[in-house]
Design a protein around this ligand. Sequence first.
Ligand code: XIL
Length: 377
Amino acid sequence: MHLPSVASLVLAALPAVMAGKSKDCDSKGLDYYAKKAGLKYFGSATDSPGQRERAGLEAAYSQYDYIMWKSGEFGQTTPTNGEKKWLFTEPEQGVFNFTEGEIVTSLAKKNGLILRCHALVWHSQLAPWVEATNWTADALREVIVSHITNVAGHWKGQCYAWDVVNEALNEDGTYRESLFYQVLGEEYIKLAFETAAKVDPHAKLYYNDYNLEKPSPKTEGAARIVKMLRDAGLKIDGVGLQAHLTAEGHPTLDQHIDAIAGFTKLGVEVALTELDIRLQLPANETNLAQQKEGYKNIVGACVQVEGCIGVTLWDFYDPFSWVPAVFPGEGAAGLWFEDFSKHPAYDGIVEALTNKTIPEGKGKGKGKGKRRSAYIA
Ligand code: XIL
């Protein structure tokens, strides 16, 4: 369905400016502005070529790859799927597969992008053998330790951060009844962080979840996890706000600031780990303007709160997004349309990264352009 316009686009000559240009040239992409604003990176997740949402859309690859790896827009990446998730890395008990896992990792290395690694313990995209077994507590402990030891061990030293536990919470802040929780209670979270810290001591260890972007019982639950780990003497370095938002119902700038600062006050860093803002299709002037405001708010909040260290889009190119398959009727969640023109939200992000969300002369920072130092992680 995406093919006609993509194909015609690729048939057209690539802009001359792209020829031979590498990302350390004079380009001023999102990563450039993010670093100027004090963040460590602005990145995009990407999936392995030919897989899942990318299957059948090969005609778009050359232009996509240029933007992803060479244009200077992105200084960081996260493999969205095959690389690090349990389903792919340990498809059978004790059988580890790192083949697909090397694809995005090696592209990141080759192109000098920071790598975030996602995700070690998660109830979803879990290998069927884990779900099908009736575990005793001891056996499940062994399985968790073995999985993390092998997977995080394989990529030791290569991941800026690991999402150690993903989506452990319900919306009301209680623990999700995953099989890990059912068998081990919150101990599984401690075990996962304890093991990851031993295996890759230099990686930042994150708890990652969705709907943490404004204060709620769920953000309190995530704060509880941070404290629980700290009280147990374990290392947790960050909270990942997935930030899968909607154009029509996104939070305000101040709500984002409060949520992010709520975590950084605990002494952990924050990253926006899977940012996308979907809208009810078709895209039109109104919902694209709402989307722009949504992107501007959340990136602006990250800029304003010291301790919010980076932003990762959950892919930047609409046809490769996970959204249409999971949220019927919704889409256009990224920053680049199918024809590779940019959403208005791109400019909203640049505005946020150039401190346009900080009111002149007052406020959130000590003067225009300053981050809030009260919340240094
Ligand atoms: C999504 C991928 O983008 C899809 O390709 C896949 O089919 C399902 O998972 N939260 C997460 C991510 O932590 O791993 C999910 O990624 C999106 C929601």
